[in-house]
Design a binder for this molecule. Structure first.
Ligand SMILES: C[S@@+](CC[C@H](N)C(=O)[O-])C[C@H]1O[C@@H](n2cnc3c(N)ncnc32)[C@H](O)[C@@H]1O
Length: 209
């Protein structure tokens, strides 16, 4: 991920964070070594605080990967909370399940395998918080179905909305265009009050009316 803030500012923000426990620290090291695009501890802590502050009971995550962000979300839940997380790759989903078991969250998280758009179409539940972190071309397409699944007062969060800052240039690549389109649609959705925050690679936060 390209930096959108000055490196020294970013380093300052990261060093302010409390130290992670051995599991999260191990997953951060694995992600670094193997190139997994995880949200990292700054966004992870933000997700944790969001879940906690709105007392989210039903959380939907799109893009489990190795379960790193899922663990942050899971740690923000109270005893009634539950997470549904969607991952398209079977081996990746299995690895996330192992990590979630190690985190003591296996009873609290269900990892569903499949393409987000298909799984979302089948889900009948409503959610208090939805976190989107799948392939970027899916973002504009999946926005309306996700907004429909949010409870009133629920929050939609989407990662990588600044895409290294490219959305603010005239770059026309498919991924940049998809994210620019998502930002426009999300910020103008009549059911959402939203903002894009320049945290790490940009986070969209939308509160459902
Ligand atoms: C950026 S990573 C997720 C990182 C994770 N949220 C974290 O921060 O720890 C994206 C993951 O979503 C999966 N994925 C990508 N496109 C998908 C789609 N359309 N539906 C479901 N999963 C998808 C990929 O296999 C990958 O594991």
């Amino acid at each position: 991920v390209q930096r959108i803030t000055h490196q020294y500012v970013e380093e300052y923000l990261y060093q302010l964070l409390p130290e992670r426990d051995p599991l999260l620290a191990r997953l951060e090291a694995e992600a670094e070594a193997e190139g997994w695009p995880i949200v990292g501890p700054l966004v992870g802590r933000f997700l944790y605080l969001l879940v906690k502050s709105i007392r989210a009971r039903r959380v939907l995550e799109l893009g489990t990967a190795i379960g790193y962000s899922t663990i942050w979300l899971g740690r923000g839940l109270d005893s009634e909370g539950f997470i549904t997380s969607i991952e398209v790759n079977h081996a990746t989903a299995e690895r996330a399940r192992r990590n979630l078991r190690e985190a003591g969250l296996d009873r609290v998280v269900r990892v569903i395998e499949g393409a987000a758009i298909d799984v979302v179409r089948r889900l009948k539940e409503r959610f208090d918080l939805i976190f989107v972190d799948v392939d970027k071309e899916t973002y504009p397409e999946i926005l309306d179905p996700l907004v429909a699944m949010l409870n009133s007062g629920g929050i939609l969060v989407a990662d990588n909305c600044l895409w290294g800052g490219s959305v603010a240039t005239d770059e026309k690549s498919p991924l940049t265009s998809a994210l620019r389109r998502f930002n426009h649609l999300a910020m103008n959705n009549p059911l959402l009050e939203g903002i894009v925050l320049p945290i790490r690679d940009g986070l969209f936060i939308g509160l459902k009316k």
